[in-house]
Design a protein. Structure first.
Length: 442
């Protein structure tokens, strides 16, 4: 078991989203972000929820979007809350499900990419046997025992190694087979005098992504660094490296007794693990991966179709107060609710629409699944699919799920476009078609 797991810090303000996004026309987001509330008695953490508002906006014809993060009473990320746990109030009143609709948008439908950087120490202190153990442990983070991918939806991963220098093993990809093949090709420097440029490795790792939080694009990165030693080159110093990390997500895993636990805890601002030997590395990597997944899944995108319409008189008569709460929440203090004002002067009926979700980028030869659903209606959907471009359908029609095979032999990116038609709801389709980039295998 890891001996010391620092509580996952989540600043990933990250995320969210919408950092800089100005509220859409007709909506005034006038409530500042609140720090997590304190107190609460439920040890399981599933009825104490602290909400942090990241953005509220409105789009025609009458949909209000709330982007927020949920935390438990220990300020840890709180994933997997469901639609029925939330209530939306307008001017303090519940409009009722008959008059309004709300939904937690699945993360697979968000313009979201999780970029994971693995940075592995291969300096001279690591034996060939230990390197083999490290590679097997990392492999378990990428695929299961059957070789099936463990990557999350819309997750990309890259692999780097370091000794005195930083070595690129595999750039960002969501193809688990490509990652495993690259991992297997790693060689070490056992018995050599190659030094350890620990701080340089961190700086190189965090430079591989930029966190982006807008309504058009969400990019969240995370660095997982594995080492059995301490910085020995002196090329960079600890304080400047910690400062460069800023709010980015970094996990560190130290192996054995020769690590600088103080430095690793400062560098691993989102979690640090200290394990006795390479036999324990797999468990630490698994826990770091789970922490990363919890953090990603603690961000929520809630759509709400308001029944409010234009009020008599001037436009300001159509101003309303929106409140988002969690049912049976033991948090009654700061962070127990999100509030914002909106204006319904131009609101009209929200019609059913088809939404397609799945990876926005796949490698040629890779299988990927895509899902269609119809929102803003209580009627079930049934779908036929139209696929144009560099993809081949791998599942039968008339299904809410379509599996595609990337089929591109060029040297630059190809693309395909997916359209799902709901034959049970007036043949409505997703507009525009869902675009998938198809990359050549590197």
């Amino acid at each position: 078991m890891p001996k010391n797991l620092m509580t996952c810090v989540r600043n990933l303000v990250l995320f969210f989203l919408l950092a800089g996004i100005s509220a859409c026309d007709g909506l005034d987001d006038n409530t500042p972000n609140q720090p997590p509330g304190q107190g609460g008695e439920d040890p399981s953490g599933d009825v104490y929820v602290s909400l942090e508002k990241l953005e509220v906006s409105s789009t025609p014809p009458s949909v209000i979007t709330i982007f927020f993060q949920a935390r438990d009473k220990n300020a840890d990320p709180l994933p997997n809350l469901i639609n029925d746990q939330f209530i939306v109030l307008e001017d303090g009143q519940d409009p009722g499900l008959e008059e309004a609709g709300k939904e937690i948008v699945p993360r697979g439908e968000l313009p979201y990419t999780l970029k994971t950087i693995l940075m592995l120490d291969v300096s001279g202190s690591i034996s060939n046997t230990e390197l083999t153990q490290m590679k097997e442990a990392v492999k378990s983070l990428i695929v299961d025992e059957n070789g099936e991918s463990r990557l999350q939806a819309k997750q990309q991963m890259a692999i780097y190694t370091f000794d005195e220098e930083i070595h690129t093993i595999q750039t960002l990809t969501n193809n688990s087979a490509t990652l495993v093949n690259s991992l297997n090709n790693i060689t070490g420097a056992s018995g050599t005098l190659l030094s350890t440029n620990l701080y340089g490795a961190v700086l190189a790792g965090i430079s591989q992504w930029t966190d982006v939080f807008t309504t058009e694009e969400i990019v969240q990165g995370a660095l997982i660094l594995v080492t059995d030693g301490k910085d020995a080159t002196g090329t960079y110093d600890l304080n400047s490296t910690v400062s460069a990390i800023g709010s980015k997500t970094v996990f560190t895993i130290g192996i054995g007794d020769n690590t600088d636990q103080n430095a690793l805890s400062k560098l691993g601002r989102s979690g640090t693990f200290n394990v006795a030997n390479f036999d324990e590395l797999q468990e630490a990597l698994t826990e770091a991966g789970q922490n990363m997944a919890d953090l990603a899944n603690s961000f929520y995108y809630l759509h709400y179709a308001s029944p409010k319409r234009r009020a008599d008189g001037p436009e300001e008569n159509s101003d309303h107060l929106l409140t988002l709460k969690v049912l049976n929440n033991k948090n009654t203090g700061s962070g127990s609710k999100i509030e914002a004002t909106f204006n319904s002067f131009d609101f009209s009926l929200t019609m059913p629409e088809v939404v397609v979700s799945g990876p926005a980028r796949i490698d040629s030869g890779q299988l990927a699944s895509y899902t269609a659903r119809t929102r803003w209606t209580s009627n079930s959907g049934r779908y036929t699919w139209d696929i144009v471009g560099d993809c081949i359908a791998q599942s039968p029609p008339d299904s809410s799920t379509q599996t595609l095979l990337g089929n591109f032999n060029g040297t630059t990116s190809g693309q395909c476009f997916l359209t799902a038609m709901d034959t049970m709801n007036n043949d409505i389709t997703n507009v525009p078609p869902y675009e998938v980039a198809v990359e050549p295998v590197q």
